[in-house]
Design a protein around this ligand. Sequence first.
Ligand code: EPU
Length: 343
Amino acid sequence: MIRENVDLQALNTFGLKALARYFCRVDSEARLSQALDFAREHKLPLLLMGGGSNLLLRENFPGLVMQVALRGITHTLQDERSVRVHAASGENWHDFVQHCLSQGWYGLENLALIPGSVGAAPIQNIGAYGVEAGDLIECVDVVDIRTGERQTLNHEQCAFGYRDSVFKHSLRGRKLILGVTFRLWRTPQPNLRYAVLAQALSDKGAGPQEIFDAVCAIRRSKLPDPAVLGNAGSFFKNPVLSAEHYARLQQTNPDIPGFPSDAGGPVKVPAAWLIEKAGWKGRSHGGAAVYEKQALVLVNRDHASARDVVELAQQIMTSVQQQFGVALEPEVQWVPPFEPPFL
Ligand code: EPU
């Protein structure tokens, strides 16, 4: 069950070449314990993978890659208005969203077509079109990698933020996510805060099915399908600037879009706009390129190496820093670095 020197190219959506020294597909609790025991015994660094859709594998991985493939969806009706749905971490995210919609459990439809697994959703608090997964997550079941102890973290303990959670900070590399419990609605609660979505629906109804269809259509028109063109979604986070910094940029760039959290508060600026304005949209470096329809996405255009992607990302970061004084931060997880958890 633990294989050696496994090629990860088909398992990361960027399609980058990298070997795992050891690899285990964890599709049962028994496999999970065996894999953790093996890693502990050999003091191996661990890489936990779901759908491999948010990874930049820069080198061969010298430890154990665990592909979490636990499956299962259960639910309990809470009251007239809500339902609690538990999904195991290896469920495919989009299939789960579709399943909930078909059952009449609403709230996730704005998050249709996001690549990856349910277990990855809380880590980076996936979000799109006005909704973040954390808004609907009630609790997360985890296992401690060192001790094997189980624990359920409630919503507050997850400390969700913009593409952020406790799993990226104090619990980074320490917990493996087994499953996620969502509190969903039994009556539609359409969220049309995102202008592009509201526009797309203006002459149609705005029920959950219409929202789901519109989100799929928008995503298909702007974002590359990883099955066709390797990518990991948004490569950078949208930077949040102080009101003063944003006002300064507006003086020289009157058309810069900005989304303030509160009046006079920090302003979120689309990284895609900064990257495009700095002249990077559509440009290539080796086999990597900036996607021509959405400048926030880096793609594997032609047998890119990890080095091509890293160099392209670094050039973009330098140029956006020089032109706008903005430090872009990658959203995608770069590997390495990794922390050996058992030393
Ligand atoms: N824009 C450009 N050039 C481009 C693309 C966009 O200037 O090439 C500007 C436009 O002004 C546009 C604005 O950026 O109005 C926002 O673009 P878009 O609606 O495509 O959203 P985004 O901010 O680029 C974020 C998320 C996406 C999510 C969309 C929709 C982040 C890092 N990205 O992108 O999430 O799908 O909003 O909600 O927050 C992901 O995280 O992997 C991801 C794809």
